[in-house]
Design a protein around this ligand. Structure first.
Ligand code: ISJ
Length: 179
């Protein structure tokens, strides 16, 4: 577990009114279950490639991230690319206060290529405080995003997911690509 710095986060515009998001996109972004499982229902094999996993200080978090998590000496950051078959579908960034890493939840620092959702949704102690919907501008165009504060046995973690152009979120279900 290195203590290298996590890369800067792109500025995400968070919507105050979720109705500003098209209904077919919001249907995806407001998914209350596992996004991994929702993606698998598209008939693809989901794989995860960790890009960066390290402990960081509160000062190294994004400002809006720090505001949504309790004070802690350090936070575990996990950044991944999630693939649907060979296509990159999602960038995931999870920030976990050290105090959340207790008991079986210490396994969160050793997930490797196991999708976080497999762990989070495997038990019956997961709750979700909220989902915020967002959008960011990138060289790949405007991308949809969401941020959830989740709790495992009431211990918080913050998950930001950025949906890439190849993901179904940008090609809502039922629309055949290319026509
Ligand atoms: C949180 C879930 O797991 C997915 C996998 C992630 C990971 O492995 O770090 C991060 C974001 C999620 O899209 C999920 O399936 O809902």
């Amino acid at each position: 577990m290195s203590d290298s710095h996590s890369p800067a986060q792109p500025p995400i515009h968070w919507f105050n009114d979720p109705t500003d998001v098209p209904a077919d996109v919001a249907d995806w972004l407001m998914e209350m279950g596992s996004m991994t499982r929702r993606f698998e229902k598209q008939g693809v094999t989901v794989t995860v490639k960790p890009q960066n996993e390290c402990f960081v200080s509160r000062a190294e978090l994004g400002e809006s991230e720090a505001q949504q998590l309790p004070e802690s000496a350090r936070y575990w950051v996990r950044e991944i690319v999630l693939f649907g078959d060979a296509e990159p579908w999602l960038l995931g960034r999870t920030v976990i206060p050290e105090e959340t890493l207790t008991g079986p939840d210490m396994a969160l620092v050793d997930l490797g290529t196991l999708p976080l959702g497999r762990y989070l949704f495997s038990g019956n102690n997961l709750t979700r405080d909220y989902i915020h919907l967002g959008q960011l501008q990138s060289e790949q165009g405007d991308l949809w995003a969401r941020r959830s504060r989740l709790r495992l046995s009431d211990k918080p973690l913050l998950l930001t997911e950025i949906f890439l152009p190849d993901s179904p979120v940008h090609r809502p279900e039922g629309k055949v690509s290319g026509i």
